[in-house]
Design a protein around this ligand. Structure first.
Ligand SMILES: NC(=O)c1ccc[n+]([C@@H]2O[C@H](COP(=O)([O-])OP(=O)(O)OC[C@H]3O[C@@H](n4cnc5c(N)ncnc54)[C@H](OP(=O)(O)O)[C@@H]3O)[C@@H](O)[C@H]2O)c1
Length: 370
């Protein structure tokens, strides 16, 4: 059957041809059947007309022939329009960057924007987010929106996932960047202090932000990532995420064996670290004793990245060490500018299709987990 969705012009030409064919040429012709049009389409010169019973003048036939050319022109242009509307120009990739009101996160947004990606800048504090958004809009292409996101608050995470779903219906790039040190920096302790600067509460907050926060956000956004043609997850880790920062060889082995490690086991290990912290048993049970929560959080982030890569083979999952970057996190004692740190993150976020998943990158490319 002839399609019902056609333009007014195409309809008119079809009607014109139908009238001519049925009245002047007296041919059996059903305009609702594609087969009738196909037969007719073969006749486009007087010579071809010979098999037809009626004998129209060459002038009549030329009129029909012209009408056919017009018909073909309209059909082809409509086909082109339909092709454009289904494939269209490549839709923009959508990226979410957690904790992006400052530091490496903000610069990551800037670089993603420069690469033509639409960015959702997020911050736990609305006011800080608004300031960052203005800063970004003043210095980069403006395809950026803001939404509040506290990675430690399940309600905030759910509301955020809902926002991304209703606004974009999919997500292409997730950068889990939000992080805290979880301790008082050495520079802020009295010079004669023997304290590590860590408290149990600080350690718990650190794990809840750096590890569980990344996990919470990833799980909430996973259905939207799975819709993307080319999804990427980048977990911002650290050189402290290397297994060598866990003194116990048994713990190292357990965490490194991602073929047998499960999500639940990883969570149990993190919980046992917190229990040992509370009991003062870190050293005894093979955990680090300096910047312990930060180190364990990043080791857990790395292991989580590898588990994600295993469980979701269609997503390119990476973790990155941005280097020692000058940001508030280290009291601006870092040596690299944020541009350098964010470059490592953005390179992983924009890896070409078919790139390997589950790898750890630093500025010198693939790094060892150990
Ligand atoms: N700087 C380095 O040398 C270095 C080295 C290795 C890895 N990293 C990693 O790089 C990432 C970014 O750190 P940075 O150096 O850029 O530090 P930063 O300047 O202190 O930025 C940290 C960002 O995380 C946000 N954040 C903290 N807790 C959050 C929460 N619960 N929910 C949402 N956002 C939260 C902060 O928001 P507020 O402004 O509200 O606090 C801030 O926007 C971190 O994961 C860090 O571990 C940094």
């Amino acid at each position: 059957m002839v399609g019902t969705r056609e333009s007014f012009g195409l309809g008119l030409v079809r009607l014109y041809i139908t009238v001519i064919v049925q009245t002047r040429l007296q041919l059996t012709f059903d305009p609702r059947e594609e087969s009738s049009w196909a037969t007719l389409a073969k006749v486009d010169t007087c010579r071809d007309y010979v098999p037809f019973p009626a004998q129209p003048t060459c002038f009549q036939f030329r009129v029909i022939s012209q009408a056919f050319k017009l018909l073909n022109l309209i059909i082809n242009s409509e086909k082109k329009n339909m092709d454009n509307s289904t494939t269209g120009p490549t839709p923009k990739r959508i990226a979410v960057v957690t904790g992006s009101n400052k530091g490496i996160g903000l610069e990551t947004c800037r670089q993603l924007l420069s690469n033509g990606v639409k960015v959702v800048l997020t911050a736990r504090d609305e006011a800080k987010g608004a300031v960052a958004l203005e800063k970004l809009r003043a210095s980069a292409p403006t395809d950026v929106v803001f939404h509040q996101l506290d990675v430690t608050d399940p309600r905030s995470v759910d509301a955020f996932a809902n926002f991304v779903k209703t606004q974009f219906g999919k997500l292409d790039i997730l950068v889990n960047n939000a992080g805290i040190l979880g301790k008082t920096p050495r520079s802020q302790l009295p010079p004669d202090s023997v304290s590590t600067g860590e408290t149990y509460q600080g350690a718990e907050d650190c794990l809840n932000t750096n590890y569980y926060g990344a996990k919470r956000v990833t799980e909430a956004l996973m259905p939207l990532l799975l819709i993307s043609q080319s999804p990427r997850i980048v977990n911002v880790s650290s050189i402290y995420g290397k297994l060598q920062h866990i003194p116990s060889k048994d713990l190292q082995k357990e965490i490194n064996d991602v073929d047998t490690l499960t999500d639940d086991q990883l969570d149990e290990l993190v919980q046992s670290f917190l229990n040992d912290f509370k009991k003062g048993d870190l050293g005894k049970n093979g955990w680090p004793t300096q910047s312990s929560a930060y180190r364990v959080s990043k080791v857990a982030v790395n292991a989580y990245t590898r588990l994600l890569a295993k469980r979701f083979p269609t997503i390119c999952c990476s973790c990155v060490d941005p280097g020692f970057v000058k940001t508030d996190m280290n009291g601006n004692a870092g040596i690299l500018p944020v541009q350098e740190g964010a470059k490592v993150v953005v390179t992983a976020a924009l890896l070409p299709d078919g790139s390997p998943s589950g790898l750890f990158y630093d500025a010198n490319h693939v790094a060892s987990y150990e």
